[in-house]
Design a protein around this ligand. Structure first.
Ligand code: FES
Ligand SMILES: [Fe+2]
Length: 360
């Protein structure tokens, strides 16, 4: 059964990736062409010419003002994907139009709607405002993952793996040793997982970027918007330093870690990652360090998840996983995604996928 949730917005690219060049990326199994009009708007349409399927992203296809000219026989499309010229005749067939996709540029991301365009509600796109906001400096990237999106979601919802997979970067013993709390907002479809460490080792990721030398208060507050946007609100401060009663927190260091998890196919994923900080805003050295460190951490996950994808592909049906407390958030995410997938297929949703979180 296909696992990709339909009728959802997904991150297709960073806004800076799309300009006056033809750019293609496969999103949820669909080959999509992106380009920016001369007025600056991002367009999204099928990357397959309606004539003989030649990819419009492929040279010698090209942009001519605000049209795309197919590099095979010259079919020409406007910014809405409608064919406006064909070779050798003046009449353009009425059906000559590319599938076009609702697209929104927000928070530095280009979001594309996969499914029935009539159901595209731009207010449903979850926000990651820090990536494009005064007072924060962001480093970001995207790594290709040869594994299904659900493996990355599992990975991110349970950060106890930091201790083992990311030791020396972001993992310390306290992460795995500190219990989590999980809450699920069923109505909004959001999963929250928190781990607050009161007295923890400061891993190099935070020691070198903040300059804190001793032990730290380290809070990890995850907010996952299924199926695809993951926010980790991270706060570090010297031991004993807490936010003020009114919520202000001048002595805390805040890092907003954002992942957009976009299926490329059923078994591969675009792993968009971004790290926004509210300190050392103009320090290029800190930016370089955080970019390199986070990319290293992401690649550690990519390596592990690529292995897991091979394991899953090669095993017979019926393997029984064992879940414990640390998996509560991941299980809640799976239930919400299963519910969304069923809704996307137009199925009635079984009650069992709407129950609240709890390891089993
Ligand atoms: S395949 Fe594009 S014009 Fe023929
Ligand atoms: Fe990880």
């Amino acid at each position: 059964m296909p696992s990709i949730v339909q009728n959802q917005w997904y991150v297709a690219a960073y806004g800076r990736e799309i300009g006056r060049e033809l750019f293609a990326r496969t999103i949820c199994g669909e080959s999509i062409l992106f380009w920016r009009t001369s007025a600056g708007a991002v367009t999204a349409m099928s990357d397959r010419c309606v004539h003989r399927r030649f990819p419009l992203s492929q040279s010698p296809s090209h942009l001519a003002d605000d049209t795309v000219v197919c590099g095979y026989h010259g079919f020409t499309y406007d910014a809405g994907g409608v064919c406006v010229a064909v070779p050798g005749q003046t009449r353009v067939p009425r059906t000559a139009r590319l599938k076009s996709y609702p697209v929104v540029e927000q928070d530095g991301f280009v979001w594309v709607f996969i499914g029935d365009p009539d159901r595209a509600d731009v207010t449903a796109i979850p926000r990651a405002p820090w990536l494009d906001q005064e007072g924060y400096t962001t480093v970001c990237g995207m790594e290709p993952l040869a594994a299904r999106a659900s493996l990355l979601i599992d990975n991110l919802m349970d950060l106890s793996h930091e201790t083992y997979l990311h030791g020396g970067y972001i993992g310390t013993p306290e992460v795995a040793n500190t219990p989590i709390t999980t809450e699920v907002d069923e109505e909004a479809g959001v999963v929250y997982v928190s781990r607050h460490m009161d007295d923890a080792d400061c891993p190099p990721f935070y020691a070198k970027s903040t300059g804190i030398t001793g032990r730290i208060v380290r809070w990890q507050d995850i907010e996952f918007h299924p199926p695809c946007l993951y926010l980790l609100h991270s706060r570090v401060a010297p031991v004993g330093v807490l936010p003020n009663d009114d919520g202000t927190d001048p002595e805390g260091f805040h890092v907003e870690v954002v992942y957009a998890i976009t299926p490329e196919t059923e078994s591969s994923t675009h792993d968009f990652w971004a790290v926004a900080r509210d300190f050392a805003l103009d320090d290029e050295g800190v930016s370089d360090f955080l970019r390199e460190s986070n990319r290293t951490v992401v690649l550690q996950d990519v390596t592990a998840l690529d292995v897991l994808e091979n394991v899953l592909t090669g095993e017979p049906d019926g393997y029984q996983e064992l879940s414990i407390n640390i998996d509560t958030g991941g299980l809640a995410a799976r239930r919400i995604i299963a519910r969304m997938a069923a809704e996307g297929r137009g199925e009635t949703v079984p009650a069992s996928v709407t129950t609240s979180a709890g390891a089993r």
